[in-house]
Design a protein around this ligand. Sequence first.
Ligand SMILES: Nc1nc(=O)c2c([nH]1)NC[C@@H]1CN(c3ccc(C(=O)N[C@@H](CCC(=O)O)C(=O)O)cc3)C=[N+]21
Ligand SMILES: [Mg+2]
Length: 284
Amino acid sequence: MSELIDGREIARAVTADTAEMVAQLKARGIAPALAVVLVGDDPASDVYVRRKISECGKAGIRSIERRLPAECDEQSLLTLIDALNEDRSVHGILVQLPLPAGIDSMKILDRISPEKDVDGFHPVNVGRLSTGTGGLVPCTPLGIMLLLDTVIDDYRGLNVVVVGKSNIVGKPVAMLLLEREATVTVTHIETRNLPDIARGADVIVAAAGAPHLVRGYWVKPGAIVIDVGITRVVEHDGTTRLVGDCATHELGHARAVTPVPGGVGPMTIACLLKNTAIAAERQA
Ligand SMILES: Nc1nc(=O)c2c([nH]1)NC[C@@H]1CN(c3ccc(C(=O)N[C@@H](CCC(=O)O)C(=O)O)cc3)C=[N+]21
Ligand SMILES: [Mg+2]
């Protein structure tokens, strides 16, 4: 059987490290703080925001929640971001995505000061990532690397197939893997012969948002599979279940796989706290 990579346990260890870093910052008179901005009342976003805020407490990070109504205009959101950019007691700013239709997400993300951009979505941080020059790194890709680091010592020359080309996961994780000198193939919905390409991989990162896309026959024996998908499926009895991008039950021949839930998700939040501590340190 393949090894299950325990994202919850690894996330706890990352958060313990962050708590130590936060304690050292506090000893120097710096109290790291994260502002989470939520526009509208999407229930899924609400759950994630509450989880982020409760995790902040575990690392000793102060969290500030700012809510705007779904029908707010772009300008009021920009004004709020300007105020948080100016506020020296705030070190990290996260604007929960997706934003309501009618608000230009790019314009909003561009407004966040790159030093406070703990999501790593600002063009300056995207550019720093692509040149390997030390900006804030997006949380999910960073979390994926920390999970992979528990099973891989040396990435040089490994064949990694990334499924999905999003700005949030696919593209940035490919950049991080390239920095480690893996051979990276980024694939997507239009890719021809995807199962054949995947079968050549030592590592598959599945981030397409397509439930059970990656089947057993896509995966070479001994490969490592990171499942980034989290699709909420409603059962006949009304309960909901999270489904990943991989048919995990068909992956007994893999060397290691991440579960959903309990894999990449908890790492995303742990890395958000880590980035907040890093941002506070750099602003000190
Ligand atoms: N500006 C911004 N930054 C984000 O990082 C961001 C965002 N917007 N919008 C939404 C997505 C989604 N996201 C997740 C975080 C944690 C879990 C997580 O903790 N998942 C748990 C379980 C979740 C559950 O039970 O619902 C797990 O996989 O075990 C999932 C998804 C961050 N996102
Ligand atoms: Mg996609």
